[in-house]
Design a protein around this ligand. Structure first.
Ligand code: HEM
Length: 331
């Protein structure tokens, strides 16, 4: 389609969207929260698929079996593996797609600023991408690095959804204002970079461990052949670096007289990351029990979301009359 044709089609789509009721900012924020929760949920249900070894519960993709879209009575695949894998695909299809579509429609209808539209459109686009990656996961027989990449894309989606959640609540005509010293914001930005490395290292620990894929069918499972203690040490050292950065940022936030919301969010990040590390340590020394692995994935999503939210609230877009009422910083 030519660019003129695309423009006409887009304007026609906007006209259709205008038939929807106008959502308040509060409603848009609630939808954005649902998007964030749905992105975290899909990461957690994906981990349930892995720890219950249900990855090939539906051995084909996009259908469950070659000749059936839904699970079938089968001697080869137990019904509960089928149910868990099929449930995960259904959740992917229904909850994430519904929430992603809802946020796009809501922010389009409200004619929000460009950056919000971009973050909103990333949600359905990435869901499509994850659907294809999920298919490749099954078609490559649960190759550890494809399973891991699927997980990392989910982590990126949680980060984008958390950013959208904060941005959508900020006024389009507001003023960008520093609510914390710039040096502390730089430290949080670096902690986010290190967090990405923590997540990648975590993915390699999982790839080498018992929960890399379908352990009931070792022939269908491509594991990462590397020393688990060594990979866990790398993962742990990166976590330690993340803590050095986030604790230093928090110290500057408190000493520098940052806004209350920033202080509160910094403490939340420390608590969530501390709890997540405790789960990590306990799971390592107790032979990675399934429940703790699932909790560790939920914890990873919380650390990602809270770190991104902290970063955003440090330099928000604020209504003009609010700006004069709060302390602000250079930068
Ligand atoms: C900020 C803190 C942490 C974050 C964000 C984090 C994140 C992750 C992620 C994303 C994975 C991959 C999960 C999966 O694909 O199932 C993982 C795996 C793992 N992490 Fe962490 N982690 C943290 C702290 C720790 C600590 C302190 C330890 C202990 C040394 C630890 C031990 C492990 C182990 C043993 C695995 C492999 C579990 C499995 O077999 O599936 N983690 N972590």
């Amino acid at each position: 389609m030519s660019s003129v044709g695309q423009n006409v089609a887009y304007r026609g789509f906007l006209r259709l969207v205008d038939f929807l009721p106008l959502p308040t900012v509060r409603t848009q924020r609630r939808i954005a929260l649902a998007v964030l929760l749905s992105q975290a949920l899909i990461a957690v249900t994906g981990s349930i698929v892995r720890v219950t070894a249900s990855g090939l519960g539906c051995p084909t993709w996009p259908k469950c079996f070659d000749d059936s879209l839904v699970p079938l009575a089968s001697n080869q695949v137990p019904w509960w593996h089928q149910a868990i894998e099929f449930g995960n695909r259904q959740i992917a299809v229904w909850i994430v797609v519904t929430c992603s579509a809802a946020i796009v429609l809501a922010v389009l209808r409200a004619r929000r600023r460009r950056e919000i539209l971009i973050y909103a459109w990333i949600m359905p686009a990435s869901t499509l991408f994850q659907g294809v990656l999920g298919g490749i996961t099954v078609l490559t027989g649960l190759s550890w690095w494809v399973v891991g990449s699927h997980m990392l894309v989910s982590c990126a989606m949680v980060a984008a959804a958390a950013t959208l959640y904060v941005k959508v609540g900020q006024p389009d005509d507001g003023v960008i204002t520093s609510q914390a010293p710039q040096s502390s914001r730089n430290l949080v930005a670096w902690s986010a970079v290190v967090m990405a490395l923590v997540l990648t290292a975590g993915m390699t620990v999982t790839g080498a461990g018992p929960h890399a894929g379908d352990r009931t069918r070792p022939e269908a499972m491509d594991r990462f052949n590397a020393s688990i203690p060594m990979l866990t040490t790398i993962h742990g050292l990166l976590v330690a670096l993340y803590f050095v950065l986030i604790v230093s940022a928090t110290a500057q936030i408190w000493r520098g007289g940052a806004a209350d919301v920033v202080r509160r969010r910094a403490v939340i990040v420390l608590v969530v990351a501390g709890a997540q590390s405790l789960i990590g340590i306990v799971q390592y020394f107790t032979n990675v029990p399934a429940l703790l692995v699932v909790l560790h994935v939920a914890g990873a999503c919380s650390v990602i979301a809270e770190t991104m939210i902290l970063f955003q609230v440090m330099k928000p877009r604020m209504a003009r009359d609010e700006v004069t009422a709060v302390p602000h910083f250079a930068g």
